[in-house]
Design a protein around this ligand. Structure first.
Ligand code: PHE
Length: 343
């Protein structure tokens, strides 16, 4: 085959391939194949030296024509392909701004957290800070240092989740051990609350759960009296339940406070006459409290002839049940969205 024929054949076969190229990459591969440094046209041109002086200009001209044709066609095909690509993009990326949006379901705060956050705000506004303590606690902190010696009924294995045979490690039954941990480590005066989980071996029913929450409170300073305790707790209750809420401080016993009391709020439902909500009592028990026992203060290295303090422990679930009129404790833990979305 003469060089002329070879060139003509190259022109025909390449034009077909260029028109058939499906995308820019394929087209670029064709450009390299025909016009590249090691391409087919270049290879043919390298053989020009073998031609006669007569044929050389004719074949040279033809070769130039072929190159121009190929270059032109490749460029045209490139334009067509990129226009197509743009069209595809434009149609696939169109955004219908008139389409209604997908509704986003926003969760709600759990009623326990609502009440906890309210209580925290109230105490922080009175100058309290928030302390934390471990849920897996030493019996020494949960009991001994709280003036609850071995043999005390509160330490019974029937009521407490112990980890060890010697009963030295347990799931705390109250947040009160945080009192001791704070008194042992923080400088006086002390003004803290400590919310958290506590555990007792209770069967689950409408008012019991083996895990529940308390908020512990502790104030220690010079000259703290029962009057400070009453003022603080009345402020809490009135802010939570309204200015006219009536409270009752009833004598009680806790090993780590002396004197001790329980605080009730008058039933909102019946105003104290007795109804279904307060189980005929007229009052709803809210928390335990008292003046920190001198033995507990001394055990933490605090001079009880100079310093005094008060402490309290509030049941968070009870607060939430009162606040939202929830009649069954189990609802609080089931996390049924139909229940939770009401608050
Ligand atoms: N820890 C007690 C309880 O769980 C409550 C309490 C706390 C009482 C602080 C007095 C002082 O019942």
């Amino acid at each position: 085959m003469s060089m002329k024929e070879t060139l003509q054949q190259l022109r025909e076969s390449s034009l077909g391939a260029i028109t058939a190229a499906e995308n820019i990459d394929a087209l670029e591969a064709l450009r390299v194949k025909y016009l590249g440094k090691k391409g087919e046209l270049t290879t043919i041109l390298k053989q020009m030296g073998a031609l006669s002086a007569e044929d050389r200009p004719i074949v040279g001209q033809l070769a130039n024509e072929v190159r121009e044709t190929l270059t032109y066609n490749i460029e045209q095909r490139r334009k067509t392909l990129s226009e197509k690509l743009l069209e595809m993009r434009l149609s696939s990326e169109t955004l219908d701004i008139t389409m209604p949006g997908k509704p986003v379901e926003i969760g709600k705060k759990h009623p326990l957290n609502t009440v906890l956050d309210e209580a925290k705000d109230i105490f922080i506004s009175m100058g309290f800070t928030i302390a934390e303590g471990p849920e897996v606690e030493l019996s020494i902190y949960n009991f001994d240092k709280l003036n609850t010696q071995e043999g005390h009924p509160a330490r019974d294995r029937q009521d407490t989740f112990y980890f060890t045979d010697d009963d030295s490690l347990l799931l705390r039954t109250q947040t009160s051990p945080v009192q001791v941990r704070v008194m042992e480590t923080q400088p006086l005066p002390i003004r803290i609350i400590s919310p958290g989980r506590v555990y007792r071996k209770d069967e689950v029913d409408a008012t019991h759960s083996p895990m529940f929450h308390q908020i512990e409170g502790l104030v220690v300073d010079r000259g703290i009296t029962m009057g400070d305790l009453k003022g603080t707790l009345n402020t809490l209750v009135r802010q939570l339940y309204g200015e006219n809420t009536v409270t009752r401080f009833r004598p009680h016993h806790f090993p780590f406070t002396e004197p001790s009391c329980e605080v009730d709020v008058q039933c909102f439902e019946c105003g104290g006459r007795g109804c279904r909500v307060c189980k005929g009592e007229g009052w709803i028990e809210l928390l335990g409290a008292g003046m920190v026992h001198p033995k507990v203060l001394e055990g933490c290295g605090i001079d009880s002839s100079v310093y005094s303090g008060f402490a309290f422990g509030i049941g968070l679930e009870r607060m939430a049940m009162r606040r939202f009129n929830i009649s069954d404790l189990r609802l609080i833990y089931e996390n049924d969205v139909r229940f939770l979305s009401q608050f």
